[in-house]
Structure formats: structure tokens, C-alpha cells
Write a new protein. Structure first.
Length: 433
């Protein structure tokens, strides 16, 4: 085992100029103001044999173009191998688009500068490496996250309860209540960095102001306790079918907007501090990383989907649902039939914890599967890592419909992509143990 562990942390502001379009919806929203800055936050850990970097960004996603450029810069400047760098997005819906050719136009002038900002955060964290200790803990947090897919009487599934509320039987899946925290200190002093992991989709704020959404409020709480220079990384879990809406209608809290974002951020931030104060020192001082590039087919245009398209085109337009309209637009524009995607799956070890990087929005159950079979005491999912491949639904969900699982709308890869990714991640995690 390495004799000592050296860790550094740093951050950079990555806020785009006002007027930049905001990503995440099916229509354009021009930003009108900056409610709070977007940040790229980095932790670099060195055990004397290996060096790894975790970078968490207040962005909708991480495109392969962005991660490749940032990784190259980091490798050239400080020598961290590209495969040892995990770049994840919080998935805020009040930030800019980073993927070319999407519904919302990317601000290419801002984007051109962004890889350098991510690299600057990681390189400064590298230069700040000093002997440090890892403290790990977890808590149980319910009442903020809800499964947003619902089972219908005909065995189909849908997003939310508004489309056909009379036929709704109940939630179609679980939530993950685990709130994981890693506190990083110099000896026994207050932390200079805190990593928070929770599973909750980030589309709470809404509106047209640039904002990190509830992770920004988590940072405010952590800094109020530990000081304004504390680096707080929020790494989102497997949120593909999870959001913040209590569909029962019984909640007294706002359903969306700044007040709801503040409530979630304060609740998670306060609980994270509670966990950090009770965390136990890690036993392992080892770090490492592993990744695999998978060849996964894009979703094919099957005869069944073509038949559905014909049926929908015969239907009066005013009777089409929103998802049916999206499907018709999606299949008409689909240009990847018969093609294969290069899909990166990654695992990064930080002492007794491992972060599993998946390149999209995996359903909650995928996180449970990885956590169940992981040999690490702490296993954290990092969605939207290094690439962006849409929702990673289960095989069953794709057959039952609902926004996230509709081909060419939410699902971009072939039906078995989720199992392929998780099986590969399972092997990577075990290789690091």
C-alpha cells in the first residue's frame, strides 16, 4: 500500500455570456441573466504510483468533444493519463448546450474556451497536491426524489401522471436514497474539499436565468460551514427515471422554481455536512482508474417502429400526444440506423470509494446493480461522464414506452445498451479492487 496520499482541489468559473441559449428543453430559451455562476470543480489524487482526477461541471452533459479536448490539455500540462481523468456533468437544465447539432444552438465561442477552463481547474488541483486524508460516510435521504415513470393498466409506462391519470397504477421503479459524502482534509482539520453524491435529476430551477440549480445551494451550505474556499463537487447518480416532483399532489412545497431548488440544495447540503461530521477515515490510500471503449449499435429502425410511424401519420395531428409528435420527428431525422457508437465506461478509485462513470442518464436500477455487486465499501455512480448517449433505459422499459425509453426521442442506443455498459463497468470496478 502507498505510504501517503496527496490530494489537491480547485475550480474555475465556466459561466457563458448572457444571451446564450439554455439546454435541456425541446425549445430555445435565451438566457437573460446569471442567477449564480456555473463552475468546473476538480479533485486530483496521487498515491505515489497513480494519479487520478475527478472533474464535476455545472453543465447539461459532457460531450466526447469536450472531454477529449480537456483530457488532452491536462495530459500535456501535468502528465495525468487521459484514462485516469473522469469528467462528469451535474445535468443542470439552466446552463449552455455542449453538444453540436442539438435542438438548442451551442455557443461555439464559449465552447471553444471551456476545455481550457476544465483543464485549468485540474492542473491547479494537481499543483495543490499535499498530504491529505479521506473521510467517508453515507446517509439516507428521502422525500426529495421521486420515480417519474408510472405503470399503466395496460402494462405500458409513461412519464408523470398527467397524460392519462385515470389509468395510473403507481410508480414504475424505485429511487436511490443514498447520500454519499467524501470529506478531504489536511490531517484532522476542516475539509478543503467535499464530494457529494446523490441521485436526483437537475431540472428544478427552470426559467431563463443561468444557474447551477440545487448543487449551487449545496455548495453554499458547505461553504457556510467550512469556509468560502471549500471546493464542493456534486456528482449525480443514476437519475434517468428520477426527478424532484411529488406526483401525489400532497406536498406543501413548490413544484418547481427557485424556492424548490433552494429547498433541495439546503436539505442535501445540510445532510451532507451532517454526514461529513460523522464520517470515518478511509483505510485505503490507493487510487487508480480503468476504462473500456465499447462498440454498441445505435437503435435500429425496426419494422415495428416503422409500423408505429405509419399508424401515427394516419392519426389526426391534433390527437397526437407530445411524445408521439417527438417520435415522428425523431424517426424522420434518424441518420444512425445500422451504425455503431463508441461508448466509454470508466471507473475511478479514490481510496475505499469507486466512482463509476456512465455516459448518459442511466435508470436508477442500474445504479443499484453496480452497488450491489461492487467489492468497494462505497460505490458512487457518476452519470453524464465523458460522453453523452441519452437515456440508458432497461430492456423492459424500452418495450413499455414513456419519454425516456422511446427510440429516437430519449433512447439513442440499442435496447440492450444498458446491460452492456453495466456489465463492462462491473468488470472495471472489480479490476480496481
Amino acid at each position: 500500500m502507498p505510504a501517503r496520499l496527496k490530494i489537491g482541489a480547485a475550480e474555475r468559473v465556466i459561466t457563458p455570456p448572457v444571451g446564450t441559449s439554455l439546454a435541456g428543453y425541446f425549445h430555445d430559451r435565451k438566457s437573460t441573466a446569471v442567477r449564480d455562476d456555473l463552475l468546473a470543480k476538480a479533485v486530483v489524487a496521487d498515491d505515489g504510483e497513480n494519479v487520478v482526477a475527478l472533474i464535476a461541471c455545472d453543465l447539461i452533459a459532457v460531450s466526447e468533444e469536450l472531454s477529449s479536448a480537456a483530457r488532452r490539455l491536462i495530459r500535456r500540462r501535468v502528465g495525468i493519463p487521459e484514462g485516469n481523468i473522469m469528467i462528469s456533468a451535474t445535468h443542470t437544465h439552466t446552463g449552455p448546450e455542449v453538444r453540436a447539432g442539438r435542438i438548442v444552438r451551442r455557443n461555439d465561442e464559449w465552447f471553444a474556451e471551456t476545455p481550457g477552463l476544465l483543464a485549468a481547474a485540474a492542473c491547479e488541483a494537481f499543483e495543490r497536491r499535499r498530504p491529505a486524508r479521506l473521510w467517508l460516510g453515507r446517509g439516507h435521504e428521502e422525500g426529495l426524489a421521486f420515480n417519474r415513470r408510472f405503470r399503466m393498466e395496460d402494462c405500458s409506462e409513461q412519464f408523470g401522471t398527467s397524460e392519462d391519470p385515470r389509468s395510473v397504477l403507481g410508480p414504475a421503479g424505485p429511487t436511490d436514497p443514498e447520500l454519499g459524502v467524501i470529506k478531504i482534509t489536511r490531517g484532522r482539520r476542516d475539509p478543503f474539499a467535499v464530494i457529494v453524491n446523490y441521485t436526483l435529476h437537475i431540472d428544478v430551477m427552470g426559467g431563463v436565468e443561468i444557474s447551477a440549480d440545487y448543487p449551487g445551494h449545496i455548495t453554499e451550505v458547505v461553504r457556510a460551514v467550512y469556509g468560502p474556499d471549500t471546493i464542493c463537487l456534486f456528482i449525480n447518480g443514476a437519475t434517468g427515471d428520477i426527478n424532484h416532483v411529488d406526483y401525489s399532489g400532497k406536498s406543501p412545497w413548490p413544484r418547481k422554481g427557485p424556492a424548490k431548488s433552494t429547498q433541495i440544495g439546503r436539505a442535501l447540503g445540510g445532510h451532507a455536512v451532517n454526514i461529513a461530521e460523522k464520517a470515518y477515515p478511509g483505510k485505503s490510500r490507493q487510487v487508480g482508474a480503468a476504462r473500456e471503449m465499447l462498440k454498441i449499435p445505435y437503435h435500429p429502425v425496426t419494422p415495428e417502429l416503422q409500423q408505429w410511424e405509419r399508424e401515427l401519420r394516419r392519426k389526426p395531428k391534433k390527437k397526437l400526444t407530445t411524445n408521439e409528435e417527438r417520435f415522428l420527428r425523431g424517426i424522420a431525422a434518424w441518420d444512425k440506423d445500422g451504425q455503431v457508437a463508441d461508448v466509454e465506461v470508466q471507473a475511478v478509485r479514490l481510496g475505499d470509494a469507486v466512482f463509476v462513470g456512465l455516459p448518459g442518464e442511466p435508470f436508477c436500477v442500474w445504479g443499484f446493480e453496480l452497488k450491489k455487486w461492487s467489492p468497494f465499501p462505497y460505490t458512487f455512480i457518476a452519470e453524464q461522464s465523458n460522453q453523452s448517449h441519452g437515456y440508458v433505459a432497461t430492456w423492459e422499459a424500452v418495450g413499455r414506452g414513456g419519454y425516456e425509453a422511446i427510440p429516437f426521442v430519449g433512447t439513442h442506443l440499442a435496447r440492450g445498451a444498458g446491460q452492456t455498459m453495466v456489465d463492462a463497468a462491473f468488470k472495471l470496478v472489480r479490476s480496481l479492487a
